[in-house]
Design a protein around this ligand. Structure first.
Ligand code: FAD
Length: 498
């Protein structure tokens, strides 16, 4: 099924049977979790080995008659077509899932690295979790949702409540195998082919397809004390968050292992399922009274050896915090249940038909110095004055020194910055209204000089991309010229391809 007016090309013989263009396959590759963008590829490629993918890229690189673009598709959890390739080839990474001895994830140790996992770029983090737990080990840095691929999150950053302490997922990768835009399979790390390593991490798929990542592991905890504390004052909430993330050594005791935050807004019944049922009504009254309640979420891990001390440690951590008296709640859950908490919500949303719907999301990094202005201008003004449900709003700070500035990812200049995630769902007919509000939020930041950076970025023009990358644009462009000179890869990001 090729597009009218588009020159077609014949696939090379050795990989010809890996291509599909039946309606169902093309439809899947033309959509993503956002359900906002639709780009129809010419073909979908189902590799059975890394060599297949290398052959595909080599073919595109050497083909002078027709430009061929190629997009790796992890699980298509992007929200703006980032894993699509209009008239090009979408590589269905999931067809590689079981390639290494039927597993795709192996666990090893070395004197210099300690414990690590080698995971295929197509592997899901949930599978990395289960495979490493079999050895009593686990990665330290996660995303909130685990049904994302290793290659997909490492192309962005991979952030969650562990980031303040352990850095994003890209800060926890020792080594990568990457197929560049020339079709070369290259191993890279900080010591070997470092330019490619830094380019690819947070590189939005522009420089190569990640086929293996060597991920740092630590002994896995067994259980988690999971807390939520409520505030009616944003200054107190953010001050406590910033105080708690200032204790952030990787091996430090008396520190939280995870810290996030979220808003409870008076825009219809707030989501209170975390809290004990007898407390629901007083929490809902609190939200109605103040219009916005800020919820600090933190967790501390423990196991059989630390079980006796964990409550004592918690008391020390909570001392001096300014949450509303009587509004601290605790759950005690297994480590797997804690990490996989969004997976459980997914099942509920799917059962209600609320998963495969538009997601006009906006994710921003906001400098700490302007977070109070963001609260008053966005949460208290734009959100509360307009009748558009804000959805799940996540707000938490992280430390810049846990990120590596050599990597492609873009974050604010300040030592501490917040992620603000507006994780909204809409109907198929009204996502534009949500998107207009996203535009208004960006405009507000621009007007008052809040220098936000978009996470999981999406822009329409190259000028906006140049602005996004700022002083890193020149090196980003040079790296593109070096590793993908024909601009074959990840066209759906629309950085170099219109
Ligand atoms: P895709 O969407 O398929 O691809 C993303 C981009 O990476 C595309 O440009 C694609 O071409 C490229 N790509 C894919 N695989 C590779 C590869 N192997 N090598 C090179 N490039 C590749 N993110 C967070 O950081 N933290 C969160 O807590 C978080 N929570 C989320 C919760 C939900 C419910 C959803 C839907 C997303 C969440 N995300 C989160 C965003 C997620 O990180 C992105 O969607 C990301 O794109 C990963 O999704 P994916 O693996 O399906 O990749």
């Amino acid at each position: 099924m090729s597009q009218p007016g588009i020159t077609t090309w014949l696939p090379p013989n050795d990989i010809a049977d890996r291509f599909r263009n039946d309606g169902e396959t093309i439809k899947l590759a033309s959509t993503d979790y956002g359900h906002i963008v639709q780009e129809i590829p010419a073909k979908v490629f189902h590799p059975t080995s890394i060599n297949d993918t290398a052959s595909l890229i080599k073919f595109a690189y050497n083909n002078s008659s027709v430009p061929i673009t190629i997009a790796a598709r992890g699980r298509g959890h992007s929200v703006r077509g980032q894993a699509m390739a209009r008239n090009g080839v979408v590589v269905n990474m999931t067809s590689l899932e079981n390639r290494i001895n039927g597993s795709g994830i192996s666990v090893s140790t070395s004197p210099s690295l300690g414990y690590y996992a080698d995971a295929g770029g197509e592997q899901l983090w949930i599978d990395v979790l289960h495979a490493t737990l079999e050895h009593g080990l686990a990665p330290v840095s996660w995303t909130d949702y685990l049904y994302l691929t290793v290659g997909g999150t490492l192309s962005n950053a991979g952030i969650s409540g562990q980031t303040f302490r352990f850095g994003p997922q890209i800060s926890n990768v020792h080594e990568l195998d990457v197929i560049t835009g020339k079709g070369d399979l290259v191993t890279c790390s900080t010591k070997e082919n470092s330019e490619l390593y830094y380019a690819v991490l947070g590189g939005l798929g522009q420089f190569g397809i990640i086929t293996r990542a060597r991920i740092a592991l630590e002994p896995a905890p067994k259980r988690v004390k999971w807390l939520r504390m409520l505030y009616n004052d944003f200054s107190a909430f953010s001050r406590d968050q910033e105080h708690l993330i200032s204790t952030n050594g990787r091996k430090q005791s008396n520190a939280f292992d995870y810290l996030e935050g979220l808003l409870l807004l008076d825009q219809g019944p707030p989501e209170v399922s975390f809290f004990p049922v007898p407390d629901h009504s007083r929490i809902i009254s609190l939200v109605t009274k103040h219009s916005i309640i800020y919820c600090l979420e933190a967790a501390i891990y423990y196991d059989d050896h630390t079980q006796n001390k964990v409550d004592e440690e918690l008391q020390v951590l909570l001392k001096g915090l300014s949450f509303l008296p009587g509004f601290v709640f605790e759950k005690n859950v297994s480590y797997v249940d804690f990490l996989n908490r969004v997976g459980s919500e997914e099942q509920i949303l799917r059962s209600k038909g609320l998963w495969d719907i538009p997601h006009p999301w906006l994710n921003l990094f906001v400098p700490k110095s302007r977070i109070l202005d963001f609260d008053s201008g966005v949460f208290k003004d734009i959100f509360l004055k307009q009748n558009i449900p804000s959805g799940l709003v996540i707000v938490y700070p992280m430390n810049r020194d846990k990120w590596d500035d050599n990597m492609s990812v873009i974050i604010p200049e300040e030592d501490v910055f917040y992620v603000v995630s507006l994780l909204r769902s809409s109907g198929f007919n009204n996502w534009e209204a949500f998107d207009r509000q996203n535009g208004e939020i960006l405009q507000f930041c621009d007007n008052v000089g809040i220098k936000v950076k978009m996470y999981l970025p999406h822009y329409e023009t190259q000028e906006s991309w140049i602005n996004h990358f700022g002083s890193k644009w020149v090196s980003f462009r040079e790296r593109k010229a070096q590793f993908d000179p024909k601009m074959i890869l990840a066209p759906g990001q629309r950085i170099f391809n219109k």
